[in-house]
Design a protein around this ligand. Structure first.
Ligand SMILES: Cc1cc2nc3c(=O)[nH]c(=O)nc-3n(C[C@H](O)[C@H](O)[C@H](O)COP(=O)(O)OP(=O)(O)OC[C@H]3O[C@@H](n4cnc5c(N)ncnc54)[C@H](O)[C@@H]3O)c2cc1C
Length: 614
């Protein structure tokens, strides 16, 4: 009989690892988490920002399930903005700028104060196995730790190689060592490894910028955070700033392309299409004469600022020329230089929907090592791994979220079903059910699950249940009560029918005789308004989806010119053109071709009378 030191071992304390460890220990498992440097727990490797399109949805879903990213983001946020306000509510996206150091410090405090959880600073060098699966890890010092469940969340560290111009050296992130041996241990166990890359821009001293030439971007007047039912006073304590690249910037980049690690062929790994380097932007969009550049302060106790939009692997002296060619940054003093990093990942066809490895029982994989990119994507996978490791210990079925339930379900299903041949990032267009998967209703979709798992505190659960009861009661009132007579109406109608009209909002109802009870908060009012207004769209979404999924066998003409279909994303057009699927079913299974692209293809085929009944 094997004896164990822990129930669950988590390797890595980045965004995936911390969620995995907190979830497992909160569910009662004796857990340990390994990190190379204690000071780096929860470190934001790139920009100190959480949320944005689809990522904001993920952060709120993680919070609703009982994860930590949303809460720590709210506690350490310096600047909050709801993006896409002018578009439909399905794509509204909360985004925050955070204090990088404070985020890491608070996350460490959350881990240190967690019962059942031991933090160990040590580099893990090998995964230990027994005849029936994984059974622990070995560290650099030769010490072995035993557990029946091991979660690997090592981010960009496995055989990490940092590139600046033609120089490169081993490193997991700037200033931190790479994890070399663990890749060899995985290879010995039969795991295939691929190579991806990512990059980060330079950081400069805020005091050296000319603010007269920068456009201020203040936070929202009424900031929205990420965490449900936790009392955090959100504050906008800083502004961000906008400037742009110039024709001089572009000329410098073109002249020096041969010195870029990316363009001189030194980097083999594939980079994230959606966070392109500035070299990429100049080469791929030669006609664009400027690109946006955001200046994002890194914290309250530092003058360091992140220059969002100019991630690069060019040499330091060229980086200086680039930055100094941008209005407002002419005299910017560098604090850190940009770099690119290449690392090993495990192709996600190796994992099941539970995130357990198919190859090794009890071994779970989370975050960047599954081929994803981004804090929220990593945190979501970490949380699911932590939960599923404990459910497996209890002989229970794993938690597998459906695509219709959560962006997290979409993310994991995409990875496992389609794999990925480039760093995977979440987008709203990847979610077929995006009208119902809004960021504002993540609590209604997922909090009951989080509570049942023991991850949502009783206090939060009570607050959620109260909100739900008030919302249901008031919705019922609006659906069953008539308006009073009003000059705008020929005769009284139900309040709900009035609210369905695009010209009216919840706050207009009072003019028609509705008396809003005091317990209906602005948040509840907005939820009711969205639900009632979008009822018809949701029904249509259901019908469209059932038509879509029954269109599997519709043939696609062999000579179709995908480049003529502007409504299909450029990336998808390229893939369709290369692979030339024979039918719609095949098209929809191509990684990188999503539901929206396939729908656009079907609409085009129908319009051109190339298929019927689409
Ligand atoms: C330079 C750079 C630029 C990036 N740019 C972007 C971007 O533009 N957009 C974007 O969305 N994402 C970007 N990312 C990615 C983002 O940082 C990651 O997606 C995210 O941090 C992944 O979280 P993770 O938990 O998987 O790994 P990480 O946050 O990398 O954490 C890994 C953890 O594992 C620990 N660890 C590693 N190996 C071992 C070991 N053998 N033993 C013990 N502990 C170990 C480390 O100490 C660390 O705590 C960038 C990352 C880097 C490094």
């Amino acid at each position: 009989m094997q004896s164990y030191d822990y129930d669950v071992i988590v390797v890595g304390a980045g965004h995936a690892g911390v969620e995995a460890a907190l979830a497992a220990s909160r569910m009662g498992a004796r857990t340990s988490i390994f990190v190379i440097k204690l000071e780096s727990i929860g470190r934001m490797s790139c920009n100190p920002s959480v949320g944005g399109p689809a990522k904001g949805h993920l952060a709120r879903e993680i919070d609703a399930l009982g994860g930590e990213i949303g809460y720590v983001t709210d506690l350490t946020g310096l600047h909050f903005r709801m993006l896409n306000r002018k578009k439909g509510p399905a794509v509204w996206a909360p985004r925050s700028q955070n204090d990088r150091q404070l985020y890491s410090q608070i996350m460490r405090e959350r881990l240190e104060s967690q019962a059942n959880l031991q933090i160990i600073e040590s580099l893990v060098t090998a995964i230990l196995t027994c005849p029936d699966g994984v059974c622990g890890v070995r560290t650099q010092s030769g010490r072995e730790y035993r557990a029946p469940k091991v979660i690997l969340a090592t981010g960009t560290f496995m055989r990490g190689k940092i590139h600046i111009g033609k120089h490169n050296y081993a490193g997991g992130r700037s200033g931190e060592p790479a994890a070399e041996e663990i890749s060899h241990s995985l290879l010995k166990l039969g795991f295939p490894l691929g190579r991806f890359k990512t990059g980060t821009p330079p950081r400069v001293d805020l005091r050296s910028l000319d603010f007269n030439l920068l456009e201020e971007q203040p936070g929202d007047e009424n900031p929205s955070g990420f965490s449900f039912y936790r009392q955090v006073q959100l504050k906008n304590s800083i502004s961000c700033y906008l400037t742009h690249s110039t024709s001089q910037t572009h000329a410098i980049i073109r002249e020096n392309l041969g010195l870029s690690a990316l363009y001189s062929g030194i980097i083999e790994g594939i980079g994230p299409r959606y966070c392109p380097s500035i070299e990429d932007k100049i080469v791929k969009f030669p006609d664009k004469d400027c690109h946006q550049v955001f200046i994002e302060p890194e914290g309250l106790n530092t003058h360091e600022a992140y220059i969002n939009g100019i991630s690069t692997s060019l040499p330091p002296q060229v980086q200086e020329q680039i930055v100094h060619s941008i209005p407002g940054l002419e005299h910017a003093r560098f604090m850190r230089y940009a770099y690119a990093i290449e690392y090993d990942y495990i192709p996600p066809h190796e994992i099941k929907l539970s995130l357990e490895s198919k190859r090794l029982k009890g071994f779970y994989l989370a975050g960047q090592i599954n081929g994803t990119s981004g804090y929220e994507e990593a945190a979501g996978q970490g949380l699911i791994c932590g939960i599923n490791a404990v459910l497996a210990l209890e002989d229970k079925d794993p938690l597998v979220l459906k695509r219709s339930e959560a962006y997290l379900g979409v993310l994991i299903d995409d990875l496992v079903t389609c794999g990925t041949n480039e760093p995977y990032r979440m987008f709203t267009s990847r979610a077929e059910y995006r009208l119902s998967l809004r960021q504002d209703n993540a609590d209604e979709r997922l909090m009951p699950l989080g509570h049942a798992l023991g991850l949502v505190s009783e206090e939060r659960w009570q607050a959620f249940s109260r909100m739900l009861a008030i919302k249901e009661r008031e919705r019922e009132t609006l659906c069953s009560t008539n308006t009073s007579r009003h000059p705008d109406l020929k005769e009284p109608i139900k309040f709900a029918a009035l609210l369905r009209r695009p010209e009216y909002s919840f706050s207009d109802l009072e003019a028609f005789g509705y008396q809003k009870p005091e317990d209906v908060s602005p948040d509840i009012a907005q939820r009711i308004e969205l639900e009632i207004k979008y009822e018809g769209y949701l029904k249509r979404q259901e019908e469209e989806l059932s038509r879509f999924f029954s269109a599997e066998s519709l043939p696609i003409p062999e000579d179709i010119d995908y480049h003529k279909i502007g409504s299909i994303a450029w990336e998808a057009r390229e893939k369709l053109d290369r692979i030339r699927p024979q039918n719609i079913g095949q098209a929809m299974r191509i990684p990188g071709v999503n539901y929206t692209d396939t729908s656009s293809l079907m609409i085009y085929l129908k319009k051109m009378k190339l298929i019927k009944n689409a």
